[in-house]
Design a protein around this ligand. Sequence first.
Ligand SMILES: *[C@@H]1O[C@H](CO)[C@@H](O)[C@H](O)[C@H]1NC(C)=O
Ligand SMILES: *[C@@H]1O[C@H](CO)[C@@H](O)[C@H](O)[C@H]1NC(C)=O
Ligand SMILES: *[C@@H]1O[C@H](CO)[C@@H](O)[C@H](O)[C@H]1NC(C)=O
Ligand SMILES: *[C@@H]1O[C@H](CO)[C@@H](O)[C@H](O)[C@H]1NC(C)=O
Ligand SMILES: *[C@@H]1O[C@H](CO)[C@@H](O)[C@H](O)[C@H]1NC(C)=O
Ligand SMILES: *[C@@H]1O[C@H](CO)[C@@H](O)[C@H](O)[C@H]1NC(C)=O
Ligand SMILES: *[C@@H]1O[C@H](CO)[C@@H](O)[C@H](O)[C@H]1NC(C)=O
Ligand SMILES: *[C@@H]1O[C@H](CO)[C@@H](O)[C@H](O)[C@H]1NC(C)=O
Ligand SMILES: CC(=O)N[C@H]1CO[C@H](CO)[C@@H](O)[C@@H]1O
Length: 768
Amino acid sequence: MHAIAGFISLLGGLSLAVAAPTQDNITDDSHFFGQSPPVYPSPEGTGSGAWASAYEKARQFVTQLTDEEKVNLTAGYNADNGCSGNIPAVPRLNFPGICVSDAANGLRGTDFVNAWSSGIHDGACWNKTLTYQRGLHMGGEFHRKGVNLLLGPVVGPIGRVAEGGRNWEGFSTDPYHSGVLVYENVRGIQAAGVGTSTKHYIANEQETNRNPESVDGLDIASASSNIDDKTMHELYLWPFQDAVRAGSVSIMCSYQRINNSYGCQNSKTLNGLLKTELGFQGYVVTDWYAQHGGINSANAGLDMVMPHTEWWNSNLTDAIANGTMEASRLDDMVTRIVATWYQLNQDTDFPSPGVGMPADVYAPHDAVMGKSADSKEVLLQSAIEGHVLVKNTNDVLPLRSPKLVSVFGYDAVSPDISLKKFQGFSQTIGIQKNHTLWVGGGSGANDPAYISAPLDALQLQAYEDGTSLLWNIYDVDPAVDSTTDACLVFVNSYATEGYDRVGLADDESDALVTNVANKCNNTVVIIHNAGIRLVNNWIDHENVTAVMFAHLPGQDSGRAVVELLYGRSNPSGKLPYTVAKKNEDYGSLLRPTQPESPYGLFPQSDFTEGVYIDYRAFDQQGIEPQFEFGFGLSYTTFDYSSLSIDQINNGDTSSYPPSAPIVEGGNPHLWDDLVEVSAEVKNSGSVDGAEVAQLYLGIPNGPVRQLRGFDKVNIPKGESGKVEFKLNRRDLSTWDVTAQQWLLQSGTYQVYVGRSSRDLPLQGEFTI
Ligand SMILES: *[C@@H]1O[C@H](CO)[C@@H](O)[C@H](O)[C@H]1NC(C)=O
Ligand SMILES: *[C@@H]1O[C@H](CO)[C@@H](O)[C@H](O)[C@H]1NC(C)=O
Ligand SMILES: *[C@@H]1O[C@H](CO)[C@@H](O)[C@H](O)[C@H]1NC(C)=O
Ligand SMILES: *[C@@H]1O[C@H](CO)[C@@H](O)[C@H](O)[C@H]1NC(C)=O
Ligand SMILES: *[C@@H]1O[C@H](CO)[C@@H](O)[C@H](O)[C@H]1NC(C)=O
Ligand SMILES: *[C@@H]1O[C@H](CO)[C@@H](O)[C@H](O)[C@H]1NC(C)=O
Ligand SMILES: *[C@@H]1O[C@H](CO)[C@@H](O)[C@H](O)[C@H]1NC(C)=O
Ligand SMILES: *[C@@H]1O[C@H](CO)[C@@H](O)[C@H](O)[C@H]1NC(C)=O
Ligand SMILES: CC(=O)N[C@H]1CO[C@H](CO)[C@@H](O)[C@@H]1O
């Protein structure tokens, strides 16, 4: 039955059913993948561990509900407020309803909130404490605005496709890095009493054909991400596992299909991987309008539909009456939803859903303060630490009391932000040409309380220290004053939900950089980049002396970059992706999969590269990158020594994890620490700084190197610090398809510790 679920829903989900496709269009034998195997019934939430009390209260609550009330709790409705979605109240039982809203980098579409740094920027910080703090403070804003559930964080897309339009919303192209940060972020946000809906589950790796569409009367399904089980576990599912372990109360299912079955009705990914293997206790909510099936989707493990449903409503109770659905499934859906409300203490300590958030921000409304003065430091620190310095010839940076600084480029100035709900859904030339880029576009955009644009912050600096400034924002070939000490060129690289990027560089920005460099022997390039930005057209120009990837810092953008340019802060960010020397180096993963022409009714995206994306692919194929994953410069230097490796597994080298009841995150023994590694890092330069020490592991039969640890430490000049890494059972294991388990590999594990994925001065090994 499940084998044709995707097919049935496709027909039902689209308005124009012309030239009905046959089953053959799905099970094309030339594809090595079949369909997602059926996994039924949907596992009920058990209320294990930390959920016990919340489940007890939720079960009690659910016994008091009528059928209509139960059905109401499973789907959104239009509440005429500024929330991205709403669940109606049950006034009879003092349940006020639920407000859910975007985004993972600040509350979108309202006032009195901060625009935080985006996922890619947070990833570039490599600072676990900061990721937690950023989450905690941002979560506080959602709480004060009565938002029960924050629609984030993002760990899918992870960044398989270099031009992917939403890669900037996630932390990193590495599953371990992404997993560590999503864990901290979920815990931080939820510590503020606001739920997280970690998204987009799963393998939502391109925007092209993410949704079904109708072309010339033919219905084209969304792209299918076809992934083998090993790759699924070791790459795409990995960070979701960390999010579930952190207690993420919700998971958002994705638009596209997995092995030909839609993300929100795929019983293998929802009932199987998420609810059985990972022991997920919260609820699965659709991405907006991502429901394509009725009772099928409920039976496959979907719990809530947004923003509303044309499929469920009384059909759920009809289906129970005629035997197509179990009553216990509906009770489980509602129990999971209500349990999260109790789990986050939203029953006792929560403002009215969406308070002070009118649907139209220009309609009369009360001023409800989301932001808080005590967030200032974290907001600025998270903006600063995500900048990555990649070139600094002869230490031209930091600037040392310059008499004249010239500023160039459209990205230096502030935008017009009078229009709330900034979305910028357009992608034609690859840049935001009229203003600085602090965030990408689409539902992941955010609304700043103010913007510190680079030129604004430089003006303040000039006022403070007597620097003279010249600026020319819109000329592509500006004149340069010959007495200029430094030419700062600000450009950007845009990306938005809804579109994959049109390229990894653009001609106009490259021309601007080259034109300035031809006239100015100290050209410093700062790029606000929503994803990978190639620099090969000018990186070797002798006058391009310094380059900074500034990512998407949020509203403190200009202030942060000036702190760094003037040396009051020392750059400490590292790239969470690989910058290639040329497009072709990304191979078939440069661009999204396109449907076959003229009409591929069921576009197929085969993930045949396995786990070999980003640096794993460059390492495997021996391709020299321009700037490797994990790379970033500082104003000081760090020396590595004294590698120490200790096996602390007490002789337990069984390749299987000890069996244990599944808790959130899966088998709890996967988190048993088995090996401890440490090293000494000395700050050998002349200023204080912070280093992100990285540990890469060569697992027998696996990729050459995979990130399995990082430790960011502040080290004063001349001093040394210890960096420590703990490797748990999952870190050392590979997914065994036959055993359906994470298994340790017997053999020699290579251990590398250093500054980036390719600058690894310390090497050792251990054997299992
Ligand atoms: C997808 O198909 C592959 C190949 O048959 C299989 O290994 C994998 O488990 C399937 N995954 C899902 C989610 O259906
Ligand atoms: C269900 O929700 C709707 C709003 O969509 C509301 O009008 C209706 O009264 C609710 N029904 C019950 C029984 O609470
Ligand atoms: C029940 O589902 C059908 C599609 O199968 C839909 O047309 C109908 O509107 C649904 N009924 C309700 C009450 O939502
Ligand atoms: C049972 O009810 C559901 C919802 O109305 C409907 O989609 C389905 O076709 C019905 N099945 C049978 C066997 O009547
Ligand atoms: C920049 O602003 C001008 C004037 O408002 C507008 O015509 C142009 O389309 C904008 N360019 C971009 C790339 O947004
Ligand atoms: C570098 O800048 C100087 C002006 O400071 C200019 O004379 C020279 O031609 C530039 N070099 C190149 C390669 O363009
Ligand atoms: C640029 O040229 C000026 C004048 O020749 C020289 O004083 C200065 O050191 C040069 N700057 C750099 C960064 O090479
Ligand atoms: C990490 O972030 C925290 C919180 O903002 C900050 O106090 C700390 O200095 C940062 N650590 C490093 C090594 O940069
Ligand atoms: C549009 C399209 O590709 N349709 C194909 C679906 O499968 C049948 C049977 O294999 C073909 O005849 C159609 O051409």
